[in-house]
Design a protein around this ligand. Structure first.
Ligand code: C2O
Ligand code: CU
Ligand code: CU
Length: 512
């Protein structure tokens, strides 16, 4: 069965699918000269498409390991009806299956690179040996197979896998090399949260995409796109534009991944309804938090519960906070865009748009949301034996993407971190844009933001954290195992164009 079988137009797409050069064509497309119109909302919801749900892949248990077979290949997809664009997918034309695994088990992933360019696959959010991390040092050459194996030590949550190609992560993720991972565990199972995959427990990979005038996927390569990050004006959820999901009444659990290259979102529900945040990147929070809106930057995840017991349709809506440098005079205005009209390659999205329409019907088991979700260890910064400081900067006009003044160099280990010791990582932002700072091989706790206690979503475990301009965020973390004197892990900005341009550094976890 095709993974995206409930997406519209799948048969035509399947016929059109054939091996070809995906990424190459994608990059060569010219920018269109004229100004784009925002096609954020079709006002009445007409023409909504059934939400594609990634196929659930539970692997096969062989000799005590859960084994997954992933093959990366070029695909094709209609981002606009009738117009086919080259893509990259994993066991699918675009994006890939949701990998389901359990805490405590050993997994092995056979990753075949069927592209005609190198690729990597990184397991975002996982604590694992550096050799299994899938960062820039684990290059999979065209035609080659990479078979990392590791023990799943993460708490139950939504994680994800995506390309981490050196200087090529942005275009590969944009073309589709990204997909969810579900980790389950006994603790969470005991809570009776909605957990029927594709029914009341849904992954939502939220991505913006830019199309050229002919309707083809466009990935601009220019200084402006590098500086601001590539942002589109059409929102796709699991690859579906104008998505609608037919839900059961009752509690619906949405696991949201901001899988966009650069765009931040403020999510809320239509009619001002509250949603319950139950989890951050690294699993359940201590208790649910009722909120009206929540912000996710690229790389970040959350899980929310929505009460559909009234059976009335509603929408997950979003606005996109401005994340442009003050000197640019707002998205696309000011110096770069002034006099030329708004740039086609930096779409603004000022108006709220619907990410997903939800139509409840039928009935489902009555569930009570537990008042307590998880027991998290008390946050104790005095455990830390040292503080490391990381200053994010962009240089003049984005020409100097750096951390602590250094741009990513594969041959330089920037930090040596002793295993087993608590540390405070102080992340400061010297630039005029917000950056989502991500650390590999860690789930950290947030101590404070400019000395203030963090918001609800940041009270649990995180691996990616927004650092606003002139802000300083303090994190508490410890690397518990997996030492390697040579092979590094990464820390970086998760605006992928910033990462590709060098806002990334390397650390090894060393024997103490
Ligand atoms: Cu999600 Cu280093 O990446
Ligand atoms: Cu990561
Ligand atoms: Cu950045």
């Amino acid at each position: 069965m095709d993974q995206w079988a409930n997406a519209s137009g799948i048969n035509r797409r399947a016929l059109l699918r054939r091996a070809g050069t995906a990424a190459a064509g994608l990059m060569a497309l010219p920018l269109s000269a004229c100004e784009a119109r925002n096609s954020l909302l079709n006002a009445d919801g007409a023409g909504a498409n059934p939400l594609a749900i990634p196929k659930l892949d539970q692997g096969i248990v062989e000799q005590g390991e859960r084994v997954f077979r992933l093959s990366i290949s070029a695909g094709r997809k209609e981002f606009a009806p009738g117009v086919v664009s080259p893509t990259i997918g994993v066991n699918a034309p675009y994006l890939g299956p949701t990998l389901e695994m359990r805490r405590g088990e050993r997994v092995r992933l056979h990753v075949d690179n069927g592209l005609d360019e190198g690729a990597t696959v990184h397991w975002h959010g996982f604590e694992l040996p550096a050799a299994a991390d899938g960062g820039p040092h684990q290059l999979i050459r065209p035609g080659a197979r990479w078979s990392p194996s590791f023990e799943v030590r993460q708490r139950a949550s939504l994680y994800w896998y995506h390309s981490h190609l050196h200087r090529g992560t942005g275009p590969q993720v944009y073309a589709g090399l990204a997909a969810p991972i579900y980790v389950r565990d006994d603790e969470e199972d005991a809570l009776d949260l909605p957990s029927e995959y594709g029914v009341d427990d849904i992954p939502l990979i939220v991505q913006d995409r830019l199309l050229d005038n002919s309707g083809k996927l466009l990935y601009p390569h220019n200084m402006h796109a590098q500086m601001m990050g590539v942002r589109g004006d059409r929102i796709y959820v699991n690859g579906t534009h104008n998505a609608v999901f037919d839900a059961r009444t009752g509690l619906l659990r949405l696991r949201i991944l901001n899988g966009s290259n650069a765009r931040f979102y403020d999510f809320s529900l239509s009619r001002g309804q509250t949603m319950q945040i139950i989890a951050s990147d690294g699993g359940l929070l201590e208790r649910p938090h009722a909120v009206r809106s929540l912000r996710l930057a690229p790389g970040e995840r959350t899980q929310i519960l929505i009460d559909l017991s009234e059976g009335r349709p509603l929408s997950l809506v979003a606005t996109s906070p401005d994340n442009s440098m003050g000197m640019m005079g707002g998205d696309g205005g000011g110096m770069m865009g002034g006099g030329m009209g708004r740039r086609r390659d930096d779409a603004r999205m000022d108006e709220p748009f619907r990410a997903l329409d939800i139509r409840p019907a039928g009935s489902s088991p009555r569930r009570i949301l537990p008042p307590q979700l998880a027991a998290l260890p008390a946050l104790n910064p005095s455990l830390a034996v040292r503080t490391r400081r990381f200053v994010l900067d962009m240089g003049m006009m984005g020409g100097g993407m750096s951390i602590n003044g250094a741009s990513m160099d594969m041959n330089v280990i920037n930090e040596r971190v002793p295993v087993g010791q608590w540390e405070i990582w102080e992340i400061a932002n010297a630039s005029m844009m917000a950056h989502p700072f991500h650390i590999h091989n860690a789930q950290f706790r947030v101590i404070d933001r400019n000395g203030r206690t963090p918001p609800p979503l940041e009270t649990g475990y995180k691996d990616t954290i927004i650092v606003d301009p002139r802000e300083q965020v303090r994190l508490l973390l410890r690397f518990e195992e997996h030492t390697d004197p040579d092979l590094p892990y990464m820390y970086h900005c998760h605006i992928l164009e910033h990462e590709d341009a060098g806002m990334m550094g390397q650390f090894v976890v060393a024997k103490s």
